[in-house]
Design a protein. Sequence first.
Length: 320
Amino acid sequence: MNTGIRYKLLIYLCFIFVNLHSQSEWRIIDTANSPLPNKWVRSITGDSVGNIWIGTYGNGLAKIDANNKWTIYDVFNSMLRDDYINTLSLDGEILWIGCAYEGLQKFNYKEDKWVSYNIDNSELPFNTINCLYVADNEVYIGTESGMAILSGDKWKVYKAGDKDINSSIVSILKVSNDSILVVSSDKVELYNGKRWINISKGLKVNSSFSMAIINNNGELLIGTFGNGIYKYNFNRKRWDVFDESIKDEMVLSMLLYEDNLYIGTNGNGFLVVNMKDKENKKRYSKENSLLLDNWVFSIYRDISGRIWLGTTKGINVIKM
């Protein structure tokens, strides 16, 4: 290749790169350039003072404070019971930690106090925690074998096989003062404290459900492992495909902020969909951007408006 062709090719590649990243600023956090203890990040959340909490799958919990100071908590240097963390949820100064093998932990990080809940010392139905939801001083806990609600020191437990509840609970939301939405791998139910209502009857999905959120219109958005996202209107009791162009997507994570729906996929990168104009969407992958990996397990928006993505290769922080 002669010098002239090489020069033109270099200019072309620079143009492509600038065009891709001109609308956003990317930061990479991995085990090589930071104290991040493990590349596989399953959950990210943050508090009102700017602390970022990171749950890794294999090396415990990490905190980054507002001054970029890191603190690592693992089974060797703290009372953390499990280095494999599936999910995190904050309630003021309390961090709730859902573990893969050792149950639930309550961490008061201001006072450095830990409380552990497992099948041996509590009414927790199973030690694998898939999801957490905190509302009105209650903690809703989705496990691999049923659901529990912890209010103070009182438990309400719904074990797999009891009544209509299924085993693997993947998402829980409170949709009204007296109703909660419980999503298992193959069923979507409303529970009003007395009765379970299966609202997914008639919905033909060839893959399991992954997670749920409520959109700005009060409608339910359900992600699936292979059939994209479905939308449910509670008033009309009707299901629709959210977006035909992504109907084959495997959804791992979702975050809605204002008019943008952020979607983390299983092997197909990170997608941003404008809710008012679904044709206006952008897909980021490790092939066309600085995204570390195409498996995006967690999405969080911090108090500065930056988007944090947890992948199997580390963390991307994006200012969009």
